[in-house]
Design a protein around this ligand. Structure first.
Ligand code: G6P
Length: 363
């Protein structure tokens, strides 16, 4: 088994470390001759997207909503499959349904897909297993090329899903005439640089191990993010609770004052995922609100953000600078590594956490 884990202690650690390579693969498959190669989807015909998934794949969908809406101007509805399938949601003409699933076998997601048959204009899926039931039920299948994922807590499948989804959003923006060739090429160049940045982020492993030892002492942890980092805050919280069994919640930074700030005390670490983007100063004031109440802020940002945020942080983790659009993909790495090392510090079964299954094929 040690060989299969490639020298790592757990499959999860191996899969986290593999991300630069598998993302390189995914980019290689979906970008050809400098063009995004998604030949079977006519984005000009999509008026509205409905995205449905479970768990980590659901958070990939929520992130992609920001991309499809901002880049391509396509309104997006995102839902968890177990709610969508029984809600009998109306599916207006011009709606394309998009299902995201690592395994392609999740029962609720498959049932949601079946509900869309004959209702949606087209059924697309983003999957890791191209022979899966969800893939077979789709008009167009977009593989994520993450390779087999064994750790129950999804890591590399998540970032590969994000890569495929952002490529779709960029292609949609191009097809809808909302992005010129030069801007698109700039984004594609940035994407090709992403594996290098991810390697850089992975090299912060030792620091994250140290931080995780402190997180392991907490009973509750809040994750905050704004804009496209908000879904990642929820994914960071999910990862942590799945494998370390510490109660964690992901919130939108701006929503903090409407409830969760009541939880903040001297014992509560608050992990803030915030590259220095256009909304950074708003996040800084949210952090100040937390710090004024004795909360311990772990700020994950770039060097510029660390400087702008000023003093008073409990801990700061410096990330490489990344173009705004791709920040959620890069910042997934510290979210995963913090959860991983916290779980290791607590001595839990990282690859097979209690009560969880890799693929949920029954309702
Ligand atoms: C299970 C797994 C999660 C996963 C979810 C959706 O709950 O434990 O890690 O995110 O299913 O799985 P899928 O294969 O559809 O992406």
């Amino acid at each position: 088994a040690q060989v299969e884990k490639g020298g790592h202690k757990h499959f999860m650690a191996k899969e986290i470390a593999e991300q630069p390579a598998v993302i390189g693969d995914a980019l290689g498959h979906h970008i050809q001759n400098g063009q995004i190669a998604l030949p079977d989807v006519d984005f000009t015909k999509i008026d509205r997207l409905v995205m449905v998934a479970c768990g980590t794949a659901f958070y990939a969908c929520l992130t992609a909503k920001y991309w499809f809406e901002q880049l391509a101007g396509i309104p997006v509805e995102v839902d968890i499959a177990s709610e969508f399938r029984y809600r009998e949601p109306p599916i207006p003409t011009g709606t394309v349904a998009l299902f995201v699933s690592q395994s392609g076998e999740t029962a609720d997601t498959l049932a949601a897909l079946q509900y869309c048959e004959g209702r949606a204009d087209q059924i697309l899926s983003v999957v890791n297993v191209p022979e899966s039931s969800i893939a077979r039920g789709s008009d167009v299948v977009l593989p994520i090329y993450a390779g087999t994922e064994i750790g129950v807590a999804s890591t590399k499948a998540f970032t590969c899903q994000l890569v495929v989804l952002v490529l779709m959003a960029l292609k949609a923006a191009q097809d809808k005439g909302r992005m010129d060739a030069e801007t698109l090429n700039g984004h594609l160049t940035d994407l090709r640089n992403l594996p290098g940045l991810m390697n850089h982020a992975l090299s912060g492993n030792t620091v994250m191990k140290k931080l995780a030892r402190k997180l392991a002492e907490a009973t509750d942890i809040l994750f905050l993010g704004r804009g496209q980092m908000y879904p990642l805050a929820m994914e960071g919280a999910l990862k942590l609770k799945e494998i370390s069994y510490i109660h964690a919640e992901g919130y939108a930074s701006g929503e903090l004052k409407h409830g969760p700030i009541a939880l903040v005390d001297k014992k509560t670490p608050i992990v803030v995922m915030a590259p220095s983007d256009r909304l950074f100063d708003k996040t800084v004031s949210n952090m100040q609100e937390v710090m004024a109440r004795g909360g311990k802020v772990l700020l994950i940002t770039d060097a510029k953000g660390a400087e702008e945020a000023g003093d008073g942080m409990w801990e700061t983790l410096i990330m490489p600078e990344v173009p705004d659009l791709f920040a959620p993909i890069l910042y997934a790495i510290p979210a995963q590594l913090l959860a991983y090392h916290t779980a290791v510090a607590k001595g839990t079964d990282v690859d097979q956490p209690r009560n969880l299954a890799k693929s949920v094929t029954v309702e």
